[in-house]
Design a protein around this ligand. Structure first.
Ligand code: HEM
Length: 117
């Protein structure tokens, strides 16, 4: 059970890496667009995060305020990505720069919270 939990944590971190990595790649290429890869990374983080939010194996203690804040951050990122891709489809232009920046800053903040708190 402990090994399984570690595997799910690993996938949870991979989900973050995919989302944040896709964001960094867009920024580095100067495109500043939200992408499907970001959506997929976010989805992996969400599904694995929810699985980890259940207290298993028995006896494990979880920091629910931290988990709750990460969930709120993740929902906000999801809303930004959803609005971003709709807007990109409509206008053909990259999302407004502050919106693009917010995705990366929020993802980084969630990771910092997870590791530092
Ligand atoms: C972008 C969003 C997120 C990022 C970057 C992130 C990052 C991380 C990282 C790096 C860890 C491993 C370090 C640790 O154990 O604390 C972790 C663990 C965990 N995350 Fe997340 N997370 C995110 C969203 C979520 C969400 C939405 C949930 C649940 C609804 C969640 C629930 C958990 C749980 C339960 C653990 C394991 C804690 C433990 O076993 O002690 N995470 N997360």
């Amino acid at each position: 059970m402990e090994v399984l939990r570690s595997v799910v944590v690993l996938l949870h971190i991979v989900g973050f890496a995919v989302m944040f990595g896709a964001w960094v790649a867009e920024a580095a290429a100067g495109r500043f667009r939200t992408t499907r890869v970001m959506d997929y990374g976010l989805l992996v983080s969400l599904v694995t995060g929810l699985a980890l939010a259940a207290p298993w194996p028995a006896g494990i203690e979880l920091n629910y305020p931290k988990i709750g804040i990460k969930l709120v951050i993740l929902v906000v990122i999801g809303a930004l990505l959803g609005m971003g891709s709709a807007r990109q489809k409509r206008t053909g232009e990259a999302v407004p720069r502050p919106m693009f920046a917010a995705v990366g800053v929020l993802a980084f903040t969630a990771a910092a919270l997870a590791v530092i708190w």
